[in-house]
Every structure is written in structure tokens, then in C-alpha cells.
Design a protein around this ligand. Sequence first.
Ligand code: HAM
Length: 425
Amino acid sequence: MGTVYRSIRGMHDFLPVEATYSHSIEEYIKNILHHHAYFEIRFPVVEETGLFKKAIGKNTDIINKEMYNFYDKKKKTISLRPEGTVSCIRACIQNNMFYQSQVQKLWYHGPMFRYERPQKGRFRQFYQLGVEYFGCNDIVVDYEIIILTVNILKNLNLLSNVKLEINSIGTLKDRKNFSLVLKKFFQKHIIHLTKHEKNLLSRNPIRILDSKNQNIVKLLKLAPKLNNYLSKSSYTRFEQLCNLLNSSKIDFIINHQLVRGLDYYNDTVFEWKSKDNLGSNHAVCSGGRYDNLIEYLGGKKNSAMGFAIGIERLLIIKKSVDTFYFNYLTIDINVLVVEVAYLMLAINVSEKLRLTWPDLKINTCLQVVKKKNYTKFSKNIKSKFLLVFSSRALNMNKILIKNMFHKETYIPLNRIFQNPCIFKK
Ligand code: HAM
């Protein structure tokens, strides 16, 4: 027997149930974004490696360990995108979209790639639906973006399954000052640090705040706190944001340890974490403000904030509340014939039905199904209604209609185009 190929580790297939379910949820979110006047942008799956290195930060896990880098045929290093924000900015700069400091509200959707250790909710190819707001750094933008994530999760009926954590990581300068102090503190406790943490301490000390090592968790209780090193403006911004969220009765937790794994953020950062489906540290949606990145990548100075939802993680949570998610494959009407002579008629009638009832999913079965088999057949296909063409019915100019509870009626053929109630459960 030849080799049986399997998908690459950490990369998974979406089978029809999952793909259909996922599609319906994504469409739902896109519709919310449409109503908030966000527009779609699409960019390539590969970019120059240097772009990601520069924007995400060369001392981050993503750049150090998780990138899929390749040489193209001209020996240029290119990478599969690990996220969308950076490519989105590259595309906007390249296409002169940041003109006259106009506000731009964009969304994108597609696969991202990170060479992480696969586990529940963590993949090497995963989908993100990302949102970016360019052109204004007023605190109400931070508030509105967070409210948008609240609306999305609320509309998906998931608000009680997730919790919102927010923090301010201050300006670049605030973080530099704090990093020095933090480094000094941990140097006094160096014996408790693993090799990886010592490495972090020298290259990106602030990421130690994310550590799960119990020794570090204990030490962090005594360590200096980032919120005490925020500049006045960052401190005030954060206070204003908390007030706005409180005034709208949005539940949130301030997590001073939340620093995010990408270097481009400043001030507001946030993550929506699952209460019980994803394991302790997996966020389903996360983002923040990044007011320096556009200029840093060669554009005009411009403020920005955004977030991305991890679709696989969203599906894991959503499936746990939607026990009937597999019903997404149900067909509304299955048209079948018991005699071959009626196949063309079935095709033509199905076509007319699709034009008449565009919201219904209508399948024409192109095999002849014996009368004794069609109940079994329809069970397998999961259709709400069967329309059966047989000479017995057609001799009376009628058609057999059978619902999912096996109730059968013969009705005049033309009535199926006139009365949508026929196809109501
Ligand atoms: P991120 O936190 O790296 O942020 O990823 C955003 C979301 O993608 C996460 O909250 C998570 O749901 C999902 N995600 C990340 N890694 C994986 C993985 N290995 N497997 C499955 N899901 C994953 C960003 O990517 C930023 N670009 C978000 C942003 C947009 N910030 C501002 N604008």
C-alpha cells in the first residue's frame, strides 16, 4: 500500500459541518462590522520576512520561534504571515490609504501561521478575523473598539462564557524605564530563573510578566508594577477608559500582567479569555493600541487600534453552547425522482424553486431513488422536506411532499411555487 498522507502537524481540515458552521459565524460577525461601517481589506499570505521582524519585534516568541520562513527562487526570505495587523499596515502605506489623516476602518479574515506547540485551541495554521481602526487616538476609540467586541460576543450569545481583561502598557518610554527596574529586581533573584527567563531578562524583560513558572509568579507579587511607571498621560487615558467601561456596565478585570506577545502596542491592551473551554491562558479575541507602528513602517504618523478574533477558539466556545451546531448541514428541500424519466423535470423544477425561494437550500438528487428507500435516503441527507416525482403523483399533476416527521401529502405541482408555508416546519 502507498503512503497515506496526513495534514501537517498543527494544521487541520475544516470538514463540511465545521466549515458551514464557521462560515455562518464569520458571516454574522462580518455583518456586525458592515453595520459599523468597517470595510474589508485582503492582503497576501506571504510577505518579506523583514517586515514582520521589524514590526512584531525581534525579541518576541513569534519572531524567534514561530515564523514559517522560506527562501523564494531568488533567495529572498519570505514568511507566512503570523498575524494580519502588519500586512494590513503595509498594504495601506503601499496603496496611499493614509491620506489627509482620514479615519480608516478595516477588517480582514484569513489563515495565519505560527510554529507553536499544538494543543487544544492552539494551531500552526489558524484563522483570524481582524479589525483595525486608523486615524484617531481619542480614548473614545479605545472604548468603541472594546464595545464592538462586546457586541460581537453578545450577539453570538457568548458573553457569559468569556471574561475581558484590560491593561495599559504605557508609552514606549514608560516601558523602557520599567524594563530597567524590572531587570534590576530579577537580577537579585536570578537563581529562580530558567534559562529561557534569563534570556528574556536580557532581551525583553517585560515578557517575564507573562510567565507561568510558579517561582516567577510568586516573585511577581513582590516585583515593581508596570502601572506605577506609567506616564501621566497614559495613566489618565487608562483611568478614562475604565470609567467609560464602568459607566456602560461592562464587566472587566484589570490585569497588570497583561503585556501581549507583540512589541508594537502602547497604552490600551485587552484580551477576551474563555472562562472554561480553552485552558487557562488562551484568549479568543485580543488587541490593543499601536500608535507608533505606521510611522515605524514608513508611513505618516498615524494612530491605530485593533483586535483579532481567533476563529478556531471562537468555534470551540460556541460549540459548547450550541449543542445543535451539526444541524448546519441540513438541507431545506431535497428533490428526488423514483423514475429516471423525471430527472430533467426535477432539475427544472428545482431551478424554479431556487429562483422563487432564494433563502432555501435545495438539493436535486440526480440518482433515481426507489420508493421504498427514500425515507432512509432523506434521513441520511438530513432534509426538512422531500419532494418526490413519481408517475403516480404526476399523472394527477401532483407531487408528493414529505416532511422530516414523515408526514406525506400530495399537492398540485404549481402550489410549491405559490405558498412558502408549505416549506415551514
Ligand atoms: P494575537 O493575540 O497574537 O494578536 O492573536 C489574536 C487572536 O488569534 C488570539 O486572541 C487567538 O484567539 C488567536 N490565535 C493566536 N495564536 C493562535 C494559535 N496558535 N492557534 C489558534 N488561535 C490563535 C494579533 O495577532 C494582533 N494582530 C491582534 C491585533 C489586531 N492587534 C491590533 N490589531
